[in-house]
Write a protein that binds this ligand. Structure first.
Ligand SMILES: CC(C)(COP(=O)(O)OP(=O)(O)OC[C@H]1O[C@@H](n2cnc3c(N)ncnc32)[C@H](O)[C@@H]1OP(=O)(O)O)[C@@H](O)C(=O)NCCC(=O)NCCS
Length: 182
């Protein structure tokens, strides 16, 4: 498989497809699992995908077609974040690892100022957490009750990151949570 990442023109030719993708798929581990058309149109108009260091990229595979979308945030800083969303029909097929590896390669190879690349997910998003670890990301934080859930109790938000030097060397630098010895 060959993964290609293509920037969206969110206010132009890609607007309708972005709205369709975000409203026709469900995202059970996101704060808003099923945004409606008005929600997405408003977020586009507010610049959620193309301002303040944000960018949206289509994820395409040469044999399977359009797999989904990744949104990059804080690109104007040296530690950007991502939000990865595969279309429903492409989930649970082992695509998360090659896709996240392609995104990580893209960020570190085209953005020389980036020193670390981060992602967060809800604690019960087991698939995403497996994908993080298999791509060399290290868990750095567990924010208890940090993820609001509509109509339910909050869940924890779990934060992972990969360092540029680990990406370059193929190493994994662990976090020393007991660095003070208690
Ligand atoms: C999260 C996501 C990127 C994972 O990619 P994926 O291709 O679906 O994941 P994989 O098929 O590679 O699964 C990874 C592992 O998690 C397991 N897994 C997948 N879904 C699972 C589930 N619902 N419950 C438990 N385990 C699950 C898989 O079995 C696999 O483990 P295995 O290889 O030992 O069998 C994808 O499902 C997705 O886009 N989901 C919706 C959006 C989202 O939640 N994004 C995360 C925000 S950053």
């Amino acid at each position: 498989m060959t993964i290609t990442l293509t920037p969206l023109d969110v206010r132009g030719q890609d607007r309708a497809e972005l709205v369709a993708f975000l409203t026709r798929n469900r995202f059970p581990f996101h704060v808003n699992p099923h945004p409606d058309v008005q929600d997405v149109q408003a977020r586009i108009d507010q610049g959620a995908y193309d301002s303040d260091g944000s960018a949206a990229l289509w994820i395409d595979d040469d044999s399977r077609g359009r797999l989904g979308l990744v949104i990059l945030e804080d690109l104007d800083e040296d530690a950007p974040l991502f939000d990865l969303r595969l279309g429903t029909s492409f989930r649970r097929k082992g695509l998360g690892v090659p896709v996240l590896k392609a995104i990580t390669d893209h960020v570190f190879s085209t953005m020389p100022e980036v020193q670390r690349f981060e992602g967060q997910t809800r604690e019960d998003n087991v698939a995403m957490r497996q994908v993080f670890v298999r791509c060399g990301y290290v868990k750095e934080a567990h924010y208890r009750d940090g993820w609001p859930v509509e109509g339910g109790a909050p869940r924890a938000s779990v934060a992972y990151a990969i360092l540029r030097r680990d990406w370059v060397l193929g190493t994994t630098t662990p976090v020393q949570f007991d660095d003070l010895g208690y």
